[in-house]
Design a protein around this ligand. Sequence first.
Ligand code: CA
Length: 237
Amino acid sequence: MPTILLIEDETTLAETLHYNLEREGYTVLHAVDGVQGLELARRDRPDLLIIDIMLPRLDGFSVCRILRQESDVPMIMLTARQDEVDRIAGLELGADDYVTKPFSFGELLARIRAILRRAERRPSGGNREILDAGSLRVDTSSRRAWRNSGELTLPQKEFDLLACLMRNRGIALSRDLLLERVWGFDFLGDSRTVDVHIRWLREKIEPDPARPRYIQTVRGVGYRFEIPADEPQGVER
Ligand code: CA
C-alpha cells in the first residue's frame, strides 16, 4: 500500500487523519513542521504528501515549491480558509489538489485515491515534464525547448534556468536562489553569473530582448517568469 506523508502541526487533526488513513491501509508518516516534512519527504520518498499551509519553521507553500523542484511526488494542500488566493498559489507552485478546512475524511480520501490512480497511469520512465507557456515549450525529459514551433538551441545552464523560471511562473526568484537551483550550492561564482545567463537566454526566447516579456527583472530581487497577456496561458505538466 502507498505511503502518505502528512505535514500538519495541529495535533488533533493530525491524529485523526493518521488513524483514519491507517485504517484505509495506508502507511502514514507524520511531520509537525515544514523543515521536518522536507526531511522525511527526501529520506522516505512517500507516494503522496498532504501539506498544511500554515506550518511552523517553513510554510506549506515553501515545502511544496522546494519539493516540486526535486520530484513529481503528488501533493495535496490543506488550506485553512475559503481563500482562493491560497488555492491558486498552491496549484501554481505544483500542488496536485487542495482541500479546504474543515473537510470530511471522505472528501480527502476521494482526492487521495484519484491522485494516486492518476500517478499510477503516468507513463513509466516517469519524470516526463512538459512546461508550456505562451509560445514557449520545454520538455525537461528530452531536454528540448521550442519557441512557436522552432526548436531552440540552449546550452545546459540556460536550459536549466529557463525550466526553473517556468516552473515558478509568476513568482519572483532571487539571484541566490537561481544560483543554488541551477548551479548548485558549491558553485563559486557570484550572482552576476545569473544576469549574464539571463541576458543570453533573453536573446533566444524574447521577440525583443531589449523589452523582455517573458523574463521580467524584479528590481533588487532577481527575475520572474510571466506569460505575456496576449499569449495562451495554459501550463501543462
Ligand atoms: Ca497549521
